[in-house]
Write a protein of this length. Structure first.
Length: 191
C-alpha cells in the first residue's frame, strides 16, 4: 500500500532533459574531484600553511563526518522502505552535504599536511591496507554513480533511481563505514 507521501512523489513526471544536463555536470564534478585527489598526494604541490597553523585536527573530523554519512544513509534506507519519502529525501540531502563537507576537509588536509603512514605489522597491516584500498577504490568508483542516483531522483526518474540505488547504496555505506575504521587503525601513528 502506498502512503500519500510516496504516491505524491511517484506521480511527478520525469525530467529527461534536465537529467541529461545534470549528468554532464556529474561527470565534470567527478573528474575535478578525482583530479584533486590524485594531485593532493604530490609533495611538490603541498600548500604551506601560515606559521602556527595546523590542520592536524582534521582526521578525526573526517571520521566523524563519514560516520554521520553512514547514519544518514541508514536512516534513508529505513525511511524509503517505510514509504517515508520526505524523510528519505532529507536523509539523503544530509548524507550529500556531509559528504561534501568531508571532501572539502579531506582535500584541505592532504594539500597542506604530510601523509601519515601506517606503522602496524602482521595481520593488522594486511587488514588495514585491504580496508584502505577497497575504501579508496569504491569511493572513486561510487562518486559518479552516487551523483547519478541523486540526479535520477531529483529529476523524477524513479525507476532509474531504484535500479541505481540497489547497488550504489551498499558501496556508499561501505565507504562511509570503512573511513572511520581506517582512521581508528591509523590514529596511533598520527604525530
Amino acid at each position: 500500500m502506498m502512503t500519500g507521501d510516496k504516491k505524491e512523489w511517484l506521480s511527478r513526471p520525469p525530467q529527461e532533459a534536465l537529467s541529461k544536463k545534470l549528468g554532464i555536470v556529474a561527470w565534470i564534478l567527478t573528474a575535478v574531484v578525482l583530479g584533486l585527489v590524485g594531485l593532493m598526494r604530490r609533495p611538490e604541490l603541498r600548500i604551506p600553511l601560515p606559521e602556527g597553523w595546523s590542520f592536524a585536527f582534521l582526521p578525526p573530523v573526517h571520521a566523524v563526518l563519514n560516520g554521520l554519512v553512514a547514519v544518514a544513509l541508514v536512516v534513508a534506507i529505513v525511511a524509503v522502505k517505510q514509504g517515508k519519502i520526505t524523510l528519505h529525501r532529507n536523509a539523503i540531502f544530509a548524507a550529500m552535504g556531509l559528504s561534501v563537507a568531508f571532501l572539502l576537509c579531506y582535500v584541505a588536509y592532504h594539500f597542506t599536511t604530510e601523509e601519515t603512514r601506517y606503522g602496524g605489522t602482521g595481520a593488522m597491516r594486511g587488514a588495514y591496507f585491504f580496508l584502505l584500498i577497497t575504501h579508496i577504490c569504491l569511493a572513486g568508483i561510487s562518486l559518479p554513480f552516487i551523483l547519478f542516483t541523486f540526479i535520477s531522483a531529483w529529476t523524477n526518474r524513479f525507476a532509474a533511481h531504484r535500479r541505481l540505488a540497489t547497488w550504489v547504496f551498499p558501496m556508499w555505506l561501505y565507504v562511509a563505514v570503512t573511513g572511520p575504521v581506517c582512521y581508528l587503525m591509523l590514529k596511533p601513528y598520527y604525530t
